[in-house]
Design a protein around this ligand. Sequence first.
Ligand code: FES
Ligand code: FES
Length: 161
Amino acid sequence: MTMQQVVKVTVNGVSYERNVEVRLTLADFLRVELGLTGTHVGCEHGVCGACTVLMNGRSVRSCLMLAVQADGAEIMTVEGLADDGRLHPIQQAFMEEHGLQCGFCTPGFLMAVYELLGSNPDPSDEEIRESLGGQICRCTGYQSIMRSVKSAAAKLAGARV
Ligand code: FES
Ligand code: FES
């Protein structure tokens, strides 16, 4: 017998209500129930960071959470970054500085960087490494990601003045 429960969440500013199996992960809820496939699932046990989304402003690994644990929460996924078709400055910076190759890790990185720059607009290299230490990229060697984060910080600072 499967147990079901109603989940009400706001994702990227849109409210959703769904009756879901209690064992459904938040990652599968976003991808399968809501069709938001920008959130990627890699390791499925909290190691790679590909599934990172923001829940009430804090980054979480959506593969490690159940959808029912997100009941009442505000979720932001990578689909929430662009504004009316215009890339977010963090996305723009990753594109310009080649912060991605295959792109599998990128949604998780973008959300982690969004969280970092929201609380620390001008992070040092050390702070960037520290805060992104849980995000794994198999392609880039990380140098272009470092450049992307610095470029994103500069773009956001420019947008504030
Ligand atoms: S898929 Fe969630 S951390 Fe790897
Ligand atoms: S760009 Fe391929 S895993 Fe990061």
